[in-house]
Design a protein around this ligand. Structure first.
Ligand SMILES: C[S@@+](CC[C@H](N)C(=O)[O-])C[C@H]1O[C@@H](n2cnc3c(N)ncnc32)[C@H](O)[C@@H]1O
Length: 229
């Protein structure tokens, strides 16, 4: 049994917004049980895909467009995703089915539960893309980027594993830079402005990104897991 040590971070709002279409609803019965992760027990990544060249995790995959695009581009990678918003999960299941992906596994809940069930130094890459900005000062405590979550990401990343964070909100970019550049075990990889203001070559645009709701063009902050000073 994995202990879930975290408090009630309310980083996500709704679990379900619209009725789920019947085709998607049927995927909850057929496809999801075959690819669902159970974070109540320690997760054995080797058992999930013994020949995986790398293991990646997307936290808050929304509609799953990015997760499916990455899993399609890299069939040799085991791509994990965590998302509590059920309409998003329904959309992701549709993408997974349409592309016949066999290298994706989903946790339909809080990413922090999944992180707690993962072994130390087990992930090559973590993606946190366009997380809810929670722009009001009194809601900043709901932001996903908090010291406990950052420490967990550091714990599960392999040496030289990478974390990619993207946002189109200036205040959230600054908030994240402050917390990640100050985190033991993470080093910001940018050497020139284009490293954070241009999409990385392997970036796949996300649904939320396309809405352009933020106050700046997207920024992409790439960190490497390095030995703590
Ligand atoms: C603004 S949306 C962006 C979704 C997607 N990354 C995109 O760019 O289209 C943020 C997503 O993060 C999810 N989220 C928030 N807190 C989370 C948590 N603790 N664990 C996993 N997902 C979370 C929300 O449910 C929401 O779908």
């Amino acid at each position: 049994m994995v202990q879930q040590p975290h408090g009630p971070l309310r980083s996500f709002g709704r679990i379900k917004a619209r009725p789920i279409k019947s085709r998607q609803a049927s995927l909850f019965q057929t496809l999801l049980p075959t690819i669902a992760l159970d974070p109540s027990q320690p997760i054995d990544l080797l058992a999930l895909k013994p020949d995986a060249a790398e293991v990646w995790l997307e936290i808050g995959f929304g509609g799953g467009e990015h997760l499916a695009a990455q899993a399609t581009a890299r069939p040799d990678v085991l791509a994990l995703g965590a998302e509590p918003f059920l309409n998003g999960v329904a959309s992701a299941l549709r993408h997974i089915e349409a592309a016949s992906l066999s290298n994706v596994r989903l946790h339909t809940g809080d990413a922090r539960d999944l992180l707690a069930a993962l072994p130390e130094a087990s992930l090559d890459r973590v993606f946190i893309l366009f997380p809810d900005p929670w722009p009001k000062l009194r809601h900043h405590k709901r932001r996903l980027i908090q010291p406990d979550l950052v420490a967990e990401v550091v714990r599960v990343l392999k040496p030289q594993g990478r974390l990619r964070f993207a946002t189109d909100w200036a205040d959230y970019a600054n908030w994240t830079l402050e917390r990640l550049t100050g985190a033991p075990g993470l080093t910001w990889m940018a050497q020139r402005a284009d490293d954070w203001r241009l999409p990385p070559a392997d970036h796949a645009p996300t649904r939320y990104q396309a809405k352009k709701l933020g106050d700046i063009a997207p920024v992409y902050l790439e960190f490497e897991r390095t030995p703590a000073a």
